[in-house]
Design a protein around this ligand. Structure first.
Ligand code: NAD
Length: 280
């Protein structure tokens, strides 16, 4: 693989661009929102600077990586890509529309992946003429720090696509695990209901946000408390994942906490909006 396309320049898309560029790949990153695109590229640049100041990467290598990232507001620039990763907003309709569009602009040999946190990879694959070339490639946040990638095969995903996804994940320094297609896959099926429960605990007034997080830091040895983690993931993304789990399993144990819904209505989305369970 030489050239990677990324759709969505939010926290995940820009993180995937960063690790791929450090691995020597050329990147074309696209966002519908011009200012989100600029923010994503700027964030990547400051991430690289931080890595240089911590001695994790040389200044030359960081500069070269940044030069390999090209921003674009036109998805048609993906024509030369060997792999395109969709990392746009967690919304089935948005993702299906992006995939239908990609199908018409990329070459027939281009592999296509989604970074969805919860949506069925089989369903998304059905938006493509050749779903054999499609796979779920679920990175974790923050991408430069977290080593895991869940690789999710849809019913139609070919063995060649899966093998290429394993090679790509290793090339960008990640450890892939093979996961079956099911709502939330493995990690979010366990993690997100736990965070949702922490929001119920807050809503019921059992403890303050700080105390809930200290409780899980010191009592369960979690490096980040569930509410700080909620703010890092993004409350809109969390709500979307809980809604998928609730709808797909039809089990009330996955109902989103009303407080989570109300915070999203208020546009308190966590770190990315400056306000979540904590202020940033
Ligand atoms: P985000 O809100 O930071 O960024 C999403 C970006 O997608 C925005 O910049 C938005 O403008 C852009 N976008 C929306 N529609 C688009 C379109 N049609 N074409 C191009 N760009 C479009 O969200 P994020 O946290 O980066 O999440 C992106 C994806 O990654 C979601 O599917 C999410 O579930 C998944 N994910 C998120 C996390 C996390 O912790 N936040 C972890 C793993 C996976």
């Amino acid at each position: 693989m030489q050239t990677i396309g990324i759709v969505g320049a939010g926290q995940m898309g820009s993180g995937i661009a960063l690790v791929s560029a450090i691995a020597g790949l050329e990147i074309v990153i696209n966002d519908v929102n011009e200012s989100a695109l600029q923010r994503g590229i700027k964030g990547t640049a400051s991430n690289l600077e931080r890595m240089v100041s911590k001695g994790k990467i040389s200044a030359d290598k960081a500069e070269a990586a940044l030069r390999r990232i090209k921003g674009s507001v036109a998805a048609c620039d993906f024509g030369q890509c060997d792999l395109v990763i969709e990392a746009a907003t967690e919304n089935i309709r948005v993702k299906e529309e992006i995939l239908r569009h990609l199908d018409s602009v990329v070459s027939p040999s281009t592999m296509i992946a989604t970074n969805t946190s919860s949506v069925s990879v089989t369903r998304l694959g059905a938006a493509l003429g050749n779903p054999g070339r499609f796979i779920g490639m679920h990175f974790f946040n923050p991408v430069p720090v977290m080593s895991l990638v869940e690789l999710i095969r849809g019913v139609q995903t070919s063995d060649a696509t899966f093998d290429a996804a394993v090679r790509f994940a290793r090339r960008v320094g990640k450890t892939p695990i093979a996961v079956k297609n099911a709502p939330g896959f493995v990690v979010n099926r366990i993690l997100v209901p736990m965070i949702n429960e922490a929001i119920f605990v807050l809503q019921e007034g059992l403890a303050s946000a700080e105390e809930i997080d200290v409780g899980m830091n010191l009592g369960a040895n979690h490096p980040l408390g569930p509410l700080a983690l909620a703010d890092l993931i993004g409350l809109d993304t969390l709500l979307a994942i809980m809604e998928v789990l609730h709808r797909e399993f039809g089990d009330s144990k996955y109902r989103p906490a009303p407080m989570l819904r109300e915070m999203v209505e208020a546009k308190y989305l966590g770190r990315k909006s400056g306000q979540g369970f904590f202020a940033y």
